[in-house]
Design a protein around this ligand. Sequence first.
Ligand SMILES: Nc1ncnc2c1ncn2[C@@H]1O[C@H](COP(=O)(O)OP(=O)(O)O)[C@@H](O)[C@H]1O
Ligand SMILES: [Mg+2]
Length: 375
Amino acid sequence: MAEVVFNNLQKVYTNGFKAVHGINLTIADGEFMVIVGPSGCAKSTTLRMLAGLETISGGEVRIGDRVVNNLAPKSRGIAMVFQNYALYPHMTVKENLAFGLKLSKLPKEQIEEQVTEAAKILELGELMDRLPRQLSGGQAQRVAVGRAIVKKPDVFLFDEPLSNLDAKLRASMRIRISDLHKQLKKSGKPATTVYVTHDQTEAMTMGDRICVMKLGHIMQVDTPDNLYHFPKNMFVAGFIGAPEMNIKPSKLVEQDGKIGLTVGNYTLELNQYQQEKVAAHVGEDVFFGVRPEFIAISESPFEGNHSQGELVRVENMGHEFFVYLKVNDFELTCRIPSDDVKPILKNGLHRPVYFKFDMNKCHIFDAKTEKNISL
Ligand SMILES: Nc1ncnc2c1ncn2[C@@H]1O[C@H](COP(=O)(O)OP(=O)(O)O)[C@@H](O)[C@H]1O
Ligand SMILES: [Mg+2]
């Protein structure tokens, strides 16, 4: 059992800076938890407290049934992979893999067995006799992961391990690390994994659940799907998803007994559920949010709810276009399938087109608290 628990965990650095503000998080045994957030939100600080590399200022960290606050890193049953992994330059890959095990005085045969198993999982076989300088960046990172695997930890910790790799390699390492986790689980030896990144794509593709952080606070902990479709606040809504959700100032108004949302010169009607949810906020300033794929555009008016904007820019992604519309003093990003946008582009840019939101997919945020009031 290696459940990981943060209980009101706090960090105040010696200069008085409060980096972590009493966070609570339970990571299930065998779960792949991603901690994501912008640079400086205290992802590394949190992970380092879990690893025992940073003192804990308040609260507790539990691994399995032990409170580990005062336990040395090597006694915590963890293995960590950093962004700046350092392999020993004068040792071969095989020696690098075996080094930690030799220090812990395991019998020779067992070291051999664990190294061979890790090498197999990470396909390091042909590289075993090479020195680190004879490896590509991706290969070296695989060895760094291998060094963590051979320890057979209860908990794997990763701190932005792929940030130094190019995009293609990042994508393939992402899959490799996910597969490794699944493989361990399948073999009946699940390792709880805590994976820190600033990259929302990594978070979305790798995590069983994702913990979104901002300035030392947890903003939401949820599955990738729930974070995407049901963000609890404006920060999560804007952070998860690329291109970003459109989030624009608006107002809730009542017209003919129905509650609507002002957008440009139009008032868009909300569905019944949304109207009930936001009824107490009529007349207030809000932000409305809509993801780029939930906007349609057309040369002719839509039926019902729609509005008009100027086509100012397009980016061709191949299977789809990112289309930018100027509406009053703001710009909307739309993701439109290529076949739908090409006929419209025949007539050029800088002219008005109609657009329509999938209102069922819109979010409404309180302007003061930034909470999603439409869930
Ligand atoms: N040793 C330190 N002393 C004071 N402040 C620090 C120290 N280390 C990190 N910080 C601050 O704590 C905050 C969180 O840092 P960090 O955990 O490295 O963030 P992240 O990993 O999310 O980028 C940042 O504002 C950073 O400047
Ligand atoms: Mg960091």
